[in-house]
Design a protein around this ligand. Structure first.
Ligand code: FAD
Length: 533
């Protein structure tokens, strides 16, 4: 180890070995709480409960974050749209959470400027063409963010708007409003929350599916788990069970008593990824969705542009929803109308992805009208189910679930000592990357990519990279990912498959599916070597 490397505090191991140990513990010990689902909701609940000193197990049927939580628009935001629905409480809470995450994981909550152009024609203006109404909405948005606001909204001229988004249609452009929200990497946010929970003592395992429940006189006593890697089945015993399985939560609840529930109304949203230079916007831009009374975001993300999202009822398979051609076409037509010179077509599409919102079924209104506020259900069986919500509000949602769990222990006279939740003080990913480390042997693109991806742990990846040429080399010539990241993912982030590494620990396949395929062989070799197989 070099002197330089010693400066970096190593994160705790979270490898396939740790997974085996965790599975053993799950099969043999009794936990205070078992959490079903390793998306952002389950990860947050596990972190909050572990921070209160409870013995927690978290099981995820596929990979952490592989459900909705890696398929979002990647915004940590108040949700300007919710103001129209008078959801002021939700917006204020979300903006508060944005401020917390900016402190605890600055690299996962980066301020981003948004541009909302205003045209003489209402249907070309993403938020309508009433300037006064818009100004009032943005003023309220700033107000709800309070002293933690990133920067106040501004009105800018059409020529200034075109400097930020040169490809925007100029016809009838009157100017634009700008405001700030934050950008994240959703799958990395999930894994960092999982890692923090594990560091605080939670036993976590991916590829472990809940297949059923067992009951005793007091209610639910254990979960029947299928370990999909170790190819075994075992019972996981826990005093309280939390169902945080997103769009699958009705399905999981049904396993307790065979009764069908229809609390969840899945709503599908797709995104289209195109090269950044095609639209050329420097900020995020709001554009109207063609033929709909809603807007899409055009978001600069990891050297690409991500355009989305849609919002429509969905009744297909919950596993792996895909973006249909018709949906992709609508998004492309909307972008091509807002940026007419881009002449965007299907051939520009690098990738698409689709996710399902676990909305709580209300009346017959359109999915876009349904509240994004979460709901917690305490079921007759004793199962505590949390559904709905947003990526942004994960920490607050987790606090609320934990409060129910603690109350359950108190009411049942279960002798379980708990502390207060302190997740707002827990730095994720070892906090902010320190500046001035001795990383001059690496090109600046790699270093800034590693800082943005791994926050305060980026030095650990550099330390691994120093061990060999393959680990230091780029996985793909024109993208900043290096071999060491694969090893880091396997050793510290429980990546079990090549896809875990390419799709979620790094986001290579998301920003370029073809290039992801091209380096799959190298990644597989690194993974095998790390495991000694
Ligand atoms: P999931 O991430 O789906 O996690 C549930 C997990 O449970 C899954 O990983 C699943 O595999 C697991 N599971 C299911 N059944 C079992 C079982 N039997 N055993 C074990 N595990 C099981 N929010 C924002 O704040 N900002 C945004 O920009 C944003 N954009 C969005 C865009 C789209 C298109 C969509 C669809 C949503 C967006 N959201 C956004 C909302 C946000 O992404 C979701 O609210 C959030 O990710 C839901 O997380 P979750 O953990 O509840 O569900």
């Amino acid at each position: 180890m070099t002197d330089q490397a010693r400066k970096f505090e190593s994160p705790a191991e979270l490898s396939s070995r740790t997974r085996t140990t965790n599975i053993e513990r799950m099969a043999n010990e009794i936990f205070d709480v078992a959490v079903i689902g390793g998306g952002i909701t389950g990860a947050g609940v596990a972190l909050d409960l572990a921070s209160r000193g409870l013995r927690v197990a978290l099981i995820e049927k596929d990979d952490f974050g592989s459900g909705t939580s890696s398929r979002s628009s990647k915004l940590i935001h108040g949700g300007l749209r919710y103001l129209e629905q008078f959801e002021f409480g939700l917006v204020r809470e979300s903006l508060r959470e944005r401020a917390v995450l900016k402190q605890t994981a600055p690299h996962l909550c980066k301020p981003l400027e948004f541009l909302a152009p205003l045209y003489s024609e209402s249907e070309r203006s993403p938020l309508g063409s009433n300037r006064l109404k818009l100004a009032a909405g943005l003023w309220l948005y700033d107000l709800l963010a309070g002293s933690q606001n990133i920067s106040r909204h501004k009105w800018i001229s059409s020529s200034d708007a075109l400097k930020l988004a040169p490809g925007l249609s100029t016809e009838g452009l009157r100017g634009a409003f700008t405001y700030f929200d934050c950008l994240t990497d959703d799958a990395r946010l999930v894994i960092e929350v999982i890692k923090a929970a594990s560091t605080l003592g939670a036993s976590v395992a991916n590829y472990a599916r809940v297949r059923g429940f067992r009951h005793n006189a007091d209610g639910l006593s254990s979960l029947e788990i299928e370990d999909r890697i170790g190819r075994r089945e075992f019972d996981l015993r826990a005093r309280v069970i939390v169902n945080a399985s997103g769009v699958w939560s009705d399905e999981v609840s049904r396993l307790t008593d065979g009764q069908t529930r229809s609390r969840i109304r899945p709503s599908k949203g797709i995104h289209v990824v195109v090269p950044a230079e095609r639209l050329g916007n420097k900020t995020a831009v709001l554009i109207p969705s063609v033929g709909e009374n809603r807007f899409l975001f055009v978001i600069p993300w990891k050297g690409r542009t991500v355009i989305g999202t849609t919002d429509a009822d969905y009744s297909g398979s919950l596993d792996d929803p895909i973006a249909e051609d018709e949906e992709v076409n609508r998004v492309l037509r909307s972008a091509a109308r807002a940026f007419p010179d881009s002449k965007l077509t299907m051939s520009d599409v690098i990738n698409t992805f689709a996710g399902l919102r676990p909305l709580i079924s209300a009346g017959g209104e359109a999915t876009k009208e349904i509240s994004r506020k979460e709901e917690i259900f305490e079921e007759v069986s004793g199962l505590i189910t949390i559904s709905g919500g947003k990526l942004t509000t994960w920490r607050r949602m987790a606090e609320q679930v934990s409060e129910r769990v603690v109350r359950r222990f108190e009411n049942n006279n279960k002798n379980v000592m708990t502390r207060k939740s302190h997740t707002s003080d827990i730095a994720l990913a070892n906090g902010r990357p320190s500046s001035g480390e001795n990383d001059c042997e690496f090109d600046s693109g790699t270093v800034s990519h590693l800082k943005e991806t791994y926050g305060g742990n980026y030095g650990v990846v550099l330390e691994i990279a120093r061990q060999s040429k393959t680990l230091k080399a780029r996985l793909i010539d024109d993208l900043p990912y290096i071999g060491a990241e694969a090893l880091y993912a396997a050793r510290y982030e429980m990546a079990m498959t090549v896809d875990d590494i390419l799709a979620r620990r790094t986001r290579i396949t998301l920003i370029d599916a073809g290039k992801g395929q091209s380096c799959a062989g190298v990644v597989e070799e690194l993974l095998k070597k790390e495991r000694g197989s």
